[in-house]
Structures are given as structure tokens and as C-alpha cells.
Write a protein that binds this ligand. Sequence first.
Ligand SMILES: [Zn+2]
Length: 230
Amino acid sequence: MQNRSLSVTVLRCPDCGNDLDGLSTDVIFFCTECGRCLVSGDKLAPVEIEFTRYDDSGTILLPFWKVDATVDILRRISRSESRTVPIAGQRDFHGGNLDLVESFKAIRRDLIIFPAFSTSLVLSTGVLLSEEEFSQEPLQQGKYPPMTGGSIGLEDVSKLASGVAVGIEVCKSDYLAFIDLDIDVHSAKVLAIGCTPSESTFRMNGTNINIPFTSVNDADDILRRSGYNV
Ligand SMILES: [Zn+2]
């Protein structure tokens, strides 16, 4: 029999020494002992965390990224109404034929929020979330509710925030034909949002936003670890 060595990394909070509980894919950890949120990259580093809508009973705190960014719209082409163009052989393309309107250069400062756990709906959920108000709620000192770990690290934050920013443009009332934008991330913090599991979704407390279990890769583990029978 071959000698196999298994390497096990025990993650401990660098501040208080408490064991950090998490799934094998997790890169975001919350220390329920001292209230520190940590994200692993080259090393385990602290990251700012805010809590919101966590007070309902049965709540599971799920981690999201809350990104403060400047969105620089370099070029945007849209038209005022949806139009189907019949394909009739080869023809020249003139934007004017299609009522295309081109606008240049707009810069805005945005808060972009999207799941920090693996989901197939990360971008569309981000578009919905970014329209909601999530004000921070103070925690009672020394009492930290457990938060599920997250699997999306800081290195992916800029790319995903950019995807959500494009999604926000797509959802505007005109019909987007083309968009080119740059994003400059000023800060990224973890936002722990209280969610209540229903029959088949995580419903975000106080909103109509539901994340189907089927779209969350670790849904069963998240539920089991929060004391729900799966
Ligand atoms: Zn700690």
C-alpha cells in the first residue's frame, strides 16, 4: 500500500486564535469569537464587514461583496424601441436607419453588490441587489451571529463588479446595442445579508429577491451547517 500523506490546513483567526469554520472552497471566513472577517489570498487578511437585515428568526447570514467603484462609460449605443430587422440579403449598416443613439463619456460613482458565494446567477442577482438599499445595522458588542463562508475572493471582485455594471446598463429602459465601460474599484467590503430559506429559495429579508437553491453550488451544505434538514 502506498504511503499517502494528507495535508490539512487548520485555519485560525490571527486575532483571537479561534478555529475558523468553513467549506473546502471557502476564501471568506467570519470569526464569531471576535467579529473579524478574513479573506484568504497570499495570506489571511482582514476585510471590513457590515451586517444588515439579520434579526428575523431562522435567518442565515450570507456573504456578499459591496464594492464602491467609479464606473466610466466610454461608449454607449442604444435605441428607443425594440426592433426586429429582417435579414434581406447583403446590405450596408447605417446606425441611423435603426434610430441608434450614441452617447459618449459618462462617469458615475456606484455601490455594486453581488454574492460572494458561488452561484450561477451572480451577475443578475448583483443587478437586483445594487438597486436595493442596505443600511448597516449595529451589532451588539460581543455577540456575533454566524455567517456562511464565501468562495469568491478579492481577485475576482473587479471583474464581477464590471459584469454587474454592464448588467445595470442592459436593464435600463432603452434598448442597449453596445456598451464599453471601465471600472475603478475604490473599496470592497463584505456585506452579510440576513436571508430566510423557504421551500426552494433563500429569500433576502425585507426584499422580494430570491436566490433559488438550485443556483447555489453549496446550498445543501449552507443549509445543513445552519441547522436546517436537507
Ligand atoms: Zn477571532
